[in-house]
Design a protein around this ligand. Structure first.
Ligand SMILES: *[C@@H]1O[C@H](CO)[C@@H](O)[C@H](O)[C@H]1NC(C)=O
Ligand SMILES: *[C@@H]1O[C@H](CO)[C@@H](O)[C@H](O)[C@H]1NC(C)=O
Ligand SMILES: *[C@@H]1O[C@H](CO)[C@@H](O)[C@H](O)[C@H]1NC(C)=O
Ligand SMILES: *[C@@H]1O[C@H](CO)[C@@H](O)[C@H](O)[C@H]1NC(C)=O
Ligand SMILES: *[C@@H]1O[C@H](CO)[C@@H](O)[C@H](O)[C@H]1NC(C)=O
Ligand SMILES: *[C@@H]1O[C@H](CO)[C@@H](O)[C@H](O)[C@H]1NC(C)=O
Ligand SMILES: *[C@@H]1O[C@H](CO)[C@@H](O)[C@H](O)[C@H]1NC(C)=O
Ligand SMILES: *[C@@H]1O[C@H](CO)[C@@H](O)[C@H](O)[C@H]1NC(C)=O
Ligand SMILES: *[C@@H]1O[C@H](CO)[C@@H](O)[C@H](O)[C@H]1NC(C)=O
Ligand SMILES: *[C@@H]1O[C@H](CO)[C@@H](O)[C@H](O)[C@H]1NC(C)=O
Length: 578
């Protein structure tokens, strides 16, 4: 099937084509930019096929030898034998060791869901297969020099597009009953809007049906950062309010197709992070006149409107669906008991979780500390928009990996707020993670490739309690991603040394124990999703940072359970209400 779109190459939009293209008009477009300043935009339009679009903006991509959907390979029973126990016998004798002697006051409720998660661009590969259009990440990985520290791409990734049956069979064999995946927008709509690609819809049909066949509950995310390139190049993606209608239309297609077989939905994944990717690198996408410092907040504004619009639409299609967005962050602990550090903590909440959670769970609008900043340039939400946003989340789905010690900037908060050159502006809070060496870390560090991530599981109960007390989500709280990058795992070359992942194993045990404590204190935690189903493309870190509870040999695409996979399942099974 042929997909085409009309592309306007605007003067002022110095596109990726100027980098390296055989497309004859591209240089002219770049030249037009240079000669048109002050004279208004010069434009021309072309009709493009999906293949042309790939060739011009991305170039050749790699493929893997398994390039049709395959049946699962048998899972050897030997691969399901748990690793040697993490735990030492109690000393002195009689002391409780929770995985050996059950604490009877702890329990995961019967309907607690525990699963694993992945995301389309990070695991699927097969980037040009069956009509998929490029996303911004195909350009970021292929064209932007040194954007990905390892120069890796998602071209093949874990080849999940063809091996998903095996992937679902493997988690089911472990006893994991929930799988959270994301749908690739540019597979369904190669240009982000317009003609629908039936082959892609059929693919996710089969993926979802395979989940049900194995007794695994599918959970779907609509947007996990892989914005259709065409939308970035024609109107600036999330910087434009045009995204709201296009996202809603994409949501309509997907909800209509799958609502009877997928109950749990996440609209957008971690808007704090994907909006923080703006400004995108210059010269590869449509240029914008929005100042750099404002761009994340314009993106966030449209993300709130797009999310809430999709939420209302999904509920109108099937009112029984559970629909939420996934946010991210950690507990914020004042570094000292000074009032300045206490104020910094409030700013850190406002510029992170509360940026999206206050509008959705409390008021329909921004927290006041954030509004003080954004009201200088963003339009106010109208009363209709406030009504649409307010209450547009069922579960509080939090990607809660770690926590932070927070403190005021050296200059003080007031001086920072008044000085847009301060490196902490506009948030104007500092954390001990931003600069190495001055303070104790909050816990053991993950891989050097993830300087934001330390194991901080001690803070989980108080963090979950804070979420419940602050945002009072009616559907409870889900830890929708958690995990840790095992330090230096990428340097290990022998399989046995890779498969024992002690920090990650302890992380999952301690984290699940912390959730048990939170539950015993009355916090309504409804489920957890381990990140990740297996090692995958960790965005700008490429494949060098490992988050998987399974190892994937990228040469052969063989999968292997790591010790942490067993530890995660073991503690759940021990404490799950029978
Ligand atoms: C530019 O094109 C050449 C020839 O097709 C190719 O070898 C090279 O990798 C391309 N460079 C980039 C940055 O895409
Ligand atoms: C673009 O501009 C450069 C230098 O100004 C010139 O050498 C080149 O021929 C121009 N290319 C086109 C296609 O107009
Ligand atoms: C699929 O892979 C086989 C090798 O396994 C190769 O011969 C064939 O050309 C590939 N097909 C496509 C469409 O890439
Ligand atoms: C990535 O590619 C760039 C440009 O070709 C090169 O300068 C850099 O050394 C490469 N990085 C790695 C880790 O290979
Ligand atoms: C609505 O969705 C649920 C799954 O959440 C499904 O069981 C039900 O059949 C759907 N309703 C209709 C009318 O399809
Ligand atoms: C938001 O929704 C809550 C709960 O339904 C309601 O109490 C509150 O008044 C609403 N706020 C606004 C500003 O509409
Ligand atoms: C943030 O805190 C670090 C100490 O960890 C300090 O070195 C740095 O100067 C602070 N930054 C600002 C802008 O206050
Ligand atoms: C604003 O912050 C910058 C960067 O820290 C600093 O160089 C400058 O002196 C500050 N300006 C004022 C007025 O404090
Ligand atoms: C991955 O597979 C390749 C090819 O079979 C093999 O040479 C390599 O040792 C494997 N890596 C590990 C860690 O097992
Ligand atoms: C069992 O859990 C409860 C509630 O979290 C806790 O108060 C108690 O200390 C635990 N018992 C032991 C022996 O650790």
């Amino acid at each position: 099937m042929a997909f085409t779109a009309v592309l306007a190459l605007l003067a002022g939009a110095r596109l990726a084509v100027s980098q390296n293209s055989s497309f004859p008009t591209s240089t002219a477009a770049a030249n037009a930019t240079q000669t048109s300043s002050g004279t208004g935009s010069l434009t021309t339009t072309f009709e493009l096929s999906v293949d042309d679009f790939w060739d011009i903006y991305v170039g050749p991509v790699s493929t893997f030898s398994i390039n049709t959907t395959v049946e699962p390979t048998a899972i050897p029973s030997s691969s399901l034998i748990p690793p040697p126990s993490l735990y030492y016998p109690p000393f002195p004798g009689g002391q409780q060791v929770p995985l050996q002697t059950k604490n009877e006051s702890w329990q995961f409720p019967k309907d607690f869901w525990y699963g694993v998660a992945g995301a389309a661009y990070q695991i699927e590969g097969a980037v040009k297969a069956e009509g998929r259009g490029p996303s911004i990440w195909d350009v970021l990985t292929h064209r932007v020099t040194n954007y990905i520290v390892t120069n890796d791409t998602g071209d093949v990734a874990d080849n999940n597009y063809y091996q998903y049956k095996e992937d679902i069979a493997r988690i089911a064999a472990l006893g994991i009953k929930t799988y959270s995946f994301s749908i690739s927008w540019s597979r369904i709509l190669p240009f982000g809007s317009g003609t629908v690609n039936e082959a892609a819809l059929a693919h996710y049909d089969d993926l979802i049906d395979t989940c049900h066949q194995y007794g695994v509950t599918p959970m779907a995310t609509l947007y996990h950062w892989d914005l259709p390139l065409y939308l970035q190049n024609t109107y600036g993606g999330w910087l434009s309010d045009s995204i709201v209608a296009d996202f809603t239309e994409y949501a309509r297609i997907v909800f209509n197709r799958y609502h009877s077989k997928v109950h749990y939905w996440f609209t957008i994944n971690e808007p704090i992070v994907f909006c923080g990717f703006y400004p995108l690198p210059q010269n590869y996408f449509k240029a914008t006149t929005i100042p750099d410092v404002e761009q994340p907040y314009w993106c966030g504004h449209h993300a709130l409107l797009a999310h809430s619009s999709a939420y209302r639409l999904g509920k109108s299609i099937n009112s029984s669906l559970s629909i939420s967005f996934k946010t991210n962050g950690g507990y914020k602990i004042p570094r000292t008991d000074s009032s300045a550090d206490a104020d910094a903590v409030q700013r850190a909440w406002a510029f992170n979780e509360a940026w999206f959670a206050d509008p959705v769970f409390l008021t329909g609008d921004y927290p006041s500390l954030l509004k003080d900043f954004v009201s200088g340039f963003l339009p106010d939400f109208t009363s209709e928009q406030i009504a649409q946003i307010n209450g547009s989340g069922d579960i509080f789905a939090h990607d809660a990996y770690t926590s932070d010690f927070v403190m005021a900037p050296d200059s003080g908060i007031a001086a920072c707020v008044a000085n847009s050159s301060n490196e902490l502006y506009p948030g104007c809070y500092n954390t001990t993670k931003l600069y190495a060496g001055d303070y104790w870390a909050i816990g053991p560090a993950g891989d050097p490739g993830t300087p934001w991530l330390n194991k901080a599981t001690d803070w989980v109960p108080v963090f979950l309690k804070y979420i419940q007390d602050t945002w009072k989500p009616r559907g409870g709280i889900a830890v929708s991603e958690f995990g840790i990058s095992e330090p230096y795992e990428e340097l290990r070359t022998s399989l046995p040394s890779i498969l024992i992942d002690p920090l990650r194993s302890q992380y999952y045990v301690d984290y699940m124990q912390a959730i048990l404590i939170a539950l015993s204190e009355g916090v309504n935690v409804v489920g957890t999703l381990a990140w990740s189903i297996y090692d995958n493309l960790e965005w700008t870190s490429g494949y060098s940072v490992k988050f998987g509870i399974q190892y994937v040999n990228l040469t052969t695409q063989e999968r292997y359970f790591k010790a942490s996979a067993f530890e995660y399942v073991n503690i759940i099974e021990k404490y799950l209400e029978k």
